[in-house]
Design a protein around this ligand. Structure first.
Ligand code: FAD
Length: 629
């Protein structure tokens, strides 16, 4: 009886509901269409789709599937069916629900209401409420007051608040700051780059006048490396997980469109990221966080083997004559993977660092129309520069190639080669932080309406590769990146000109003749033989895998496709070991390495999640909560 009763309560989650493109209002519509009701009716075997009330259903995820194995392209939905509402509005559905059986991956019964997390601010406030019953710690936070003022932070009962420095204002630093501020810590966010408004001007000067500000650029500044980016919010850490959802809801709270909660491949684009970051900053400031832009951490203050603060200077002052010592109880290090000077400082302080595998390669750019055509065939005309019914086409490819290079190892091993950070309707941008080095990446705006599609094609590298160039020690990976960035700068001939080669010529190892296909890269390109950039085994791995990608994406090897050099900063070349539980560095007390630069994240969402968890860990270590989320 209980089993039967349960079936008629709660929620049924219906997955893989396919709606042909012709029956769907299009990629921007996230409601319940007639086409979707038809698909739902089919699954629950209800005879008249139009009698199903829209109110009983909510779209959890919507993706577009145009794989060639399908007879026709379709939108694929996951939908929650609220049994109570359905039976209230359409009692005749009773028998159909009664007969419904769970089917793995297709129909799942959620007997009681699922506890869906809110944004991070409400998650922390819930923790604080439950904590108030148990906490007896030194830094007991002041719980939200009766008036519900969310900014009544910290330091209840006259106790002092822990002073926490967050170094780096990328996703990991921002989310750590948010959690700690909500728990009532006295947080100072220190960022070497500028706030988005000024950073935008610095990036403008770079793109238009070729002036690189070494402290405010595509890697450094408010929002971190992902601000002038495609803003892809896809992550391998489980898109439906409660933690990812809490991060995405927090972004929505600060102004991201709520379709990111539903889209199978959510992305924001630079134009949406900038106002979002401004709102994030204003919230943090209203929560009592002190934000210091244009301030670089040059050193750690260490006493009795414990971090007790940081030495900072105005980031425009290379001589550090403006340096100041700031005292803190803990330092969260969220500096990203381009803070090479910071890694060197940590190394000189004997903080444990270990080399980490990453990937290097080139960025390929095609006309977007070509990619639309490869992926969608006749439906390519529906893209309409991001305003059409179907999303601007992207791709993701991976291949494993044999590694037979003599220098590398006697036995043959497999090396993976894959597309990375694909930006449909985007542009290639300069991510150098030093004028003698040249490296690139991709960005886009929310509509993804440019006429180009770019993606990195990269090959994994590890310590044995660094060895070939006689590079060793914990910072070998950084030197390895630098080597190719310098070579690329020289091959380009200076002024941030990027060396390029037609993919067809790269495969034949010959220089491309001019005129070259147009490139979205604004600072200039120059024909060069990219075979001369990397060691032969990397070039060979790229060459082999590009030929294999062609089988998957016929037309990928095209006279119109241009390879740009060099893509090196795919992920951190260094890991800063830390405790799994406390997030504290294994070699220095009071230091909390987080995010991509510490080697614990790759991408905006995973960095934000890591920052969030580090915030909880630091809060716990200062008894700001009892450790139950
Ligand atoms: P970061 O974002 O790198 O932030 C670190 C911050 O620390 C920086 O702002 C830096 O200025 C500051 N800092 C460094 N050293 C110091 C110091 N000594 N003192 C003070 N401040 C310091 N990821 C995606 O998921 N989707 C995408 O579409 C995407 N596109 C990208 C496009 C580009 C052009 C780039 C460069 C990256 C892109 N990424 C993307 C990667 C993503 O940006 C990073 O994975 C993410 O930002 C890492 O977050 P983080 O907080 O760990 O570090």
């Amino acid at each position: 009886v209980a089993k039967v009763k349960n079936k008629l309560e709660g929620v049924w989650r219906l997955s893989k509901l396919g709606v042909p493109v012709g029956d769907d209002p299009g990629k921007d519509f996230l409601g319940i269409s007639e086409g979707l009701l038809q698909a739902i009716a089919k699954v629950i075997e209800f005879p008249v789709a139009s009698m199903l009330p829209e109110e009983a259903f909510s779209v959890i995820r919507k993706s577009f599937d145009a794989r060639k194995i399908l007879k026709e392209a379709k939108f694929v939905y996951t939908v929650d069916l609220d049994v109570k509402t359905l039976l209230e509005l359409e009692p005749r559905a009773h028998d159909f629900i009664f007969r419904l059986e769970p089917k793995i991956g297709l129909i799942e019964h959620v007997p009681t209401e699922k506890s869906v997390p809110g944004d991070l601010i409400s998650v922390v406030n819930d923790c604080k409420k439950s904590n108030s019953e148990t906490s007896s710690g030194e830094y007991e936070p002041q719980i939200i007051n009766g008036s519900g003022d969310p900014h009544q932070h910290g330091g209840g009962g006259g106790r002092s608040k822990p002073k926490i420095a967050i170094v780096g204002g990328g996703p990991s630093g921002l989310f750590a700051a948010l959690v700690l501020a909500e728990f009532g810590a006295d947080v100072t966010l220190i960022e070497r780059g500028q706030a988005v408004e000024e950073r935008g001007r610095d990036i403008g000067a770079l793109v238009v006048r070729k002036i690189l500000d070494m402290e405010s650029n595509f890697c450094f500044g408010e929002g971190g490396a992902g601000t002038w980016s495609d803003g892809k919010l896809v992550t391998r850490i489980g898109k439906n997980s409660a933690t990812v959802l809490a991060v995405l809801k927090t972004l929505v709270r600060f102004g991201a469109p709520d379709n990111i909660l539903v889209n199978g491949k959510p992305h924001l684009g630079t134009d949406k990221l900038i106002p979002l970051l401004r709102n994030f900053r204003h919230y943090l400031q209203s929560a009592g966080v002190t934000i210091k832009f244009g301030t670089r951490v040059d050193d750690l203050l260490v006493e009795d083997s414990r971090v007790v603060g940081v030495k900072v200077s105005d980031s425009t002052d290379q001589l550090q004559s403006t340096s100041q010592n700031l005292k803190f109880d803990a330092v969260v290090l969220a500096v990203g993977h381009s803070a090479r000077d910071t890694y060197e400082m940590l190394h000189s302080r004997n903080v444990e660092l270990t080399p980490k595998d990453f990937a290097v390669g080139l960025r390929i750019e095609h006309p977007q129309e070509l990619i639309n055509h490869i992926q969608y065939s006749s439906m390519a005309s529906e893209v309409l520069k991001g305003r059409g019914k179907v999303p601007v086409a992207d791709y993701k490819v991976v291949q494993y190639v044999n590694d037979k290079d003599e220098d590398l190892s006697q036995s043959s091993s497999k090396r993976s080669c894959y597309s990375f950070c694909m930006c449909p309707g985007g542009q290639v941008v300069l991510t150098s932080t030093n004028p003698t080095e040249l490296c690139i990446n991709g960005m886009s705006f929310s509509r993804r309406s440019s006429k180009w599609a770019n993606a990195a094609l990269v090959v994994t590298v590890s310590a044995k590769d660094f060895d070939i160039l006689n590079l060793n020690g914990p910072l070998a990976g950084i030197e390895y990146q630098r080597e190719f960035e310098r070579r690329a700068a020289i091959m380009g001939g200076g002024d941030f000109t990027v060396p390029v080669q037609r993919v067809t010529d790269f495969l034949q190892n010959k220089l491309s003749e001019t005129p070259l296909p147009p490139s979205s890269y604004r600072l200039g390109v120059k024909s060069a033989n990219l075979h001369e950039l990397f060691p032969a085994h990397i070039t060979e791995a790229l060459r082999q895998s590009i030929s294999m990608f062609e089988k998957e994406l016929p037309g990928f090897i095209s006279e119109e496709a241009l390879l740009h050099g060099v893509e090196t900063r795919t992920s951190s070349p260094v890991r800063i070991p830390r405790s799994n539980e406390t997030y504290e560095s294994t070699s220095l007390k009071g230091l909390y390495p987080v995010g991509e630069g510490a080697g614990y994240a790759g991408g905006i969402v995973s960095a934000a999640v890591d920052g969030m968890f580090s915030g909880f860990a630091v809060a716990k270590s200062f008894d700001l909560f009892d450790g139950t989320i």
